[in-house]
Design a protein around this ligand. Structure first.
Ligand code: SF4
Ligand code: SF4
Length: 466
């Protein structure tokens, strides 16, 4: 047992001297690879197009941290809506946990940008230029002759161009697609800061995809490291059916493996050779496995060749393999689903309750009321936020709860789409209409005479007012 667990003492990407062990995975082929390829086309298109898609004039996805502007699915979020963003993230985290409990690391294999770019973009370029695994190993070992210099330079140049393209898309999510296009048209001399950001991002992506590669999943990714606590015996993962596969032995033609008590694994090691993280799935569930399905396709092809049933490596749970149990909803899955549904319902309710116009009227700090004849006057700051795509004109601020007068210092207020307006105003109320030292006021915001938002604030006054 001790010996069979030796693989847990080391990782495939580091050799005994502690140096990097470069992985040269064999090019995967098969139905799962095809499905993943189609999925990656869709996701890549989405990733590059999303910063340039507009809904009601809003960028589909925008995460402008510096200007504190966020759009999710075309809905603009302001810093005042931060609780909604936090809640969306909370729902996202619970969703990922639930999803992982049921389907293991299916996200890593099918949807993670790291896997998609690494396996579906950069690795494919590598196969195209350097050939499959054997040719890559040969090229790596050979001296730096014209062939090696030519192939490596071409590969690294294309890697740089792709990294630059990813950096552009990445930046568009942060500064906005329109701004990026404007900066590109204006040229780098006018926007050297944008060029510097692009080059920094490009360097990071180049480093990750040209050198760091699978180590992101093995060493750096926090989600990968959570697998140990999220997965249980019922989670569906890419798994080797050791009940059927063992004991393994090389294939001999016309041999009766049943009589010799041999399993279906012919120890061809094709599943190991295609693995992008360099592991042997036959050792069981491992942190390094990103559920990329390459070993399923490789093993299925071998099973077809030797005339055995497919599925020696397949999507299955530990209980499915050990006890032949089918998938069922256990208490953990049901409780996660209930929490997720409640959070989601809460989020949708808050989204519907969110006002298009937000008004904040606050007393100017440090200012006392003043008495003006028969009236009391207080000074306030106001901020009006337009979260919509239409502009509001002829805005007036009026008292709803009391008779009195509001004077806006700025005079006319115009609220353009997606912008805010702030300033100072005075509220004056006759003493006879004030009934407490901290009168509660209700104030209305009107555009062209129509009420568009209300806000509440306090109105301090002398205690013995009458
Ligand atoms: S073990 Fe299989 S599914 Fe896991 S990373 Fe390796 S090839 Fe992909
Ligand atoms: S590819 Fe299949 S048959 Fe070959 S070593 Fe892996 S599990 Fe065994």
């Amino acid at each position: 047992m001790e010996e069979s667990n030796n693989f847990r003492d080391s990782i495939a990407t580091i050799n005994e001297d502690g140096n990097r062990n470069v992985i040269f995975p064999k090019k995967p082929k098969g139905r799962f690879t095809n499905y993943r390829t189609y999925t990656s086309w869709f996701l890549l298109f989405f990733l590059f197009a999303a910063p340039f898609i507009k809904i009601n004039g809003n960028q589909f996805l925008l995460f402008n941290i510096l200007d504190r502007k966020f759009n999710i699915f075309g809905l603009p979020f302001w810093p005042q809506d931060f609780y909604l963003l936090v809640l969306s993230m909370l729902v996202g985290v619970v969703f990922i946990i639930l999803f992982t409990v049921i389907f293991g690391r299916i996200f890593c294999g099918w949807m993670c940008p790291q896997t998609i770019f690494m396996e579906m973009v950069f690795r494919k370029v590598e196969y195209l230029i350097e050939g499959d695994r054997t040719k890559q190993i040969k090229l790596d070992k050979q001296k730096w002759n014209a062939e090696k210099i030519g192939k490596k330079s071409l590969k690294w140049f294309i890697f740089f161009v792709i990294s630059f393209a990813i950096a552009n898309a990445f930046l568009a999510y942060f500064i906005g697609g329109d701004i990026l296009i404007t900066h590109v048209i204006d040229g780098p001399l006018k926007h050297s800061d944008t060029l510097i950001k692009l080059l920094v991002f490009t360097s990071v992506f180049y480093f990750v995809f040209a050198w760091f590669r699978e180590q992101v999943c093995i060493i750096a990714c926090p989600y990968g490291r959570l697998q140990g606590v999220l997965l249980d015996n019922k989670s569906i993962i890419v798994a080797y059916d050791h009940e059927r596969g063992e004991s393994r032995q090389k294939f001999r033609k016309n041999e009766d493996r049943n009589t010799n008590e041999l399993g279906d694994c012919i120890d061809c090691k094709q599943c190991v050779q295609v693995c992008p993280t360099g592991i042997d799935i036959r050792n069981g569930t491992q942190l390094e496995c990103i559920n990329c399905t390459a070993c399923i396709d490789a093993c299925d092809a071998i099973m077809d060749n030797v005339g055995f049933d497919r599925g020696l490596i397949r999507y299955a749970s530990e209980d499915n393999i050990n006890k032949g149990e089918k998938f069922s909803f256990n208490a953990r899955i049901i409780s996660y689903t209930v929490v997720l549904t409640l959070l989601f319902a809460f989020l949708v309710t808050l989204l519907f309750l969110r006002n298009d116009i937000q008004a904040n009227i606050l007393r100017l700090p440090g200012q006392l009321y003043s008495t003006q004849g028969d009236s009391i006057r207080n000074v306030y700051t106001y901020k009006l936020i337009n979260k919509t795509n239409k502009s509001y004109e002829d805005i007036s601020i009026r008292l709803i709860s009391h008779k009195g007068n509001i004077k806006v210092i700025e005079g006319e207020i115009f609220l353009p789409k997606g912008k805010f307006h702030e300033g100072t105003l005075f509220i004056k109320i006759a003493k006879k209409d004030i009934h407490s030292s901290k009168e509660k006021l209700k104030i209305g915001i009107y555009s062209n005479g129509a009420l568009i938002e209300t806000d509440k604030t306090n109105f301090p006054a002398p205690i013995q007012i009458k």
